[in-house]
Design a protein around this ligand. Sequence first.
Ligand code: HEC
Length: 186
Amino acid sequence: MAESKKASVDQEIAGHEYDGIKEYDNPLPRWWLWLFILSIFWSVVYVVYFHLGPGLDPEGEYQAEMAAAAAAHPQGGEVAAADLEAKVADPAVVAAGKDVFGKNCVACHGPDGGGLVGPNLADDFFIHGGTPADLFRTISEGVPEKGMLAWKKMLKGDELVAVTAYVKSLRGTTPANPKAPEGQKL
Ligand code: HEC
C-alpha cells in the first residue's frame, strides 16, 4: 500500500511551488464538498425559518403543545362557556358523566340524583343556580362548609364537564325517593 502511494506521488503534486514548498493535489471528495455546500445553504434556510420566520424553537414548541393540551383538557374548573353549552347537549358526554356520577356522587345525591345528604338534583330548585355554568362552578368549587366537595381537585377537566352534563340531564326526571326541594325555583 505504502509502495504504490509513493509511486504515484509525482502525479499528485499540484503544479505550483511557494518558498520551496510543494503541495499535494488532494481535493476533497466531491460528495463531501457538496455536503458542505448544501449545509451552508441549509443554514440560511434554517436561520430564516426558525430565527426570523414562523419556525418554533424547542421552548416555543413546548408552549404551543401545552396550550393545545390545556385547551383540549381544561383543568382546575375552567371551561369556555360556549364549549360547556355544546358539550352539555352532547349525549356521549352525558353518558360519560353518568359514569363519573355513579363513582363519585351517588353517596350523597342518590343513584338517580333524588338527593340524600346532598340536595335533589332532578327538581327545578337549586341553591346555587341551575344553568350549566352554575352547575359547573358548584361542582368544581364545591360548597365546603356544607359538605359538598370541590371536585376540581379530584376530577379531570373533561370529567367535570361530563358530570355537569349528566346533572343537567337529570332535571325533569323522577327519582324514586325525591328529597324535598331546596333553594330557588329556576
Ligand atoms: C359528601 C357528600 C357529597 C358528595 C360526594 C357530592 N355532593 Fe354535591 N352536594 C352535597 C351537599 C351537602 C350539597 C348542598 C350544598 C349546600 O347546601 O349549599 C351539594 C350540592 C351540590 C350541587 C348544587 C345543588 C344546588 O341545589 O345548587 C350540585 C350541582 C352537586 N352537589 C353536584 C355534585 C356532583 C356532580 C357530585 C359528584 C362529582 C357531588 N355533588 C358529590 C354533598 C355531596
